[in-house]
Design a protein. Structure first.
Length: 157
């Protein structure tokens, strides 16, 4: 499972419309925390009800310089993937060296992602609304909260 959370994060950031600008991340021991919340919006759009989720899930991973390079290369490939470009429209609302605010509109969902990062931490909030109604006409929505922090340069236990 090594680096799974890290790769998911970078793919999400790439899909969110972030540019291919380099992202500096300090190698070492990182702690990843995530929480998922699921919601249903009733058919007449007057009420939203939380209907489950998971977390917080906490995991520690050793991120090497090679992991950072591989993930960065993967991020650039996702950004240039014509299949994604054909299926989804990315709009960057705002971007600075440490913050990305973007919307991705695909055939089956609309994602709004806020991503704040430094070399020693990042926080990502992704809100996804599915455009196809459920059987009863409800609209499904999920919110994913991820936070990671660098603990130390050494991965020794």
């Amino acid at each position: 499972m090594k680096v799974w959370w890290f790769l998911v994060l970078l793919c999400t950031v790439a899909l969110s419309g972030a540019t291919a600008a380099p992202w500096k991340m300090e190698p070492g021991l990182w702690e990843f925390t995530d929480r998922l919340r699921n919601f249903e919006i009733n058919a007449d759009v007057t009420k939203e009800v939380e209907n489950g989720g998971s977390g917080p899930n906490i995991q520690r991973e050793c991120i090497t310089e090679d992991d950072v390079k591989k993930a960065s290369d993967s991020r650039h490939r996702v950004l240039k993937n014509p299949a994604i470009a054909k299926r989804c429209k990315r709009t960057t609302i705002s971007e600075t060296p440490s913050l990305t605010d973007a919307v991705v509109e695909c055939k089956d969902s609309i994602d709004h992602t806020l991503f704040f990062h430094t070399a020693h931490s990042f926080t990502m909030i992704e809100d996804r609304t599915f455009t196809e109604p459920l059987a009863g006409g409800e609209i499904a929505r999920s919110a994913i909260y991820q936070h990671a922090r660098w603990l130390r340069a050494s991965c020794d236990k």
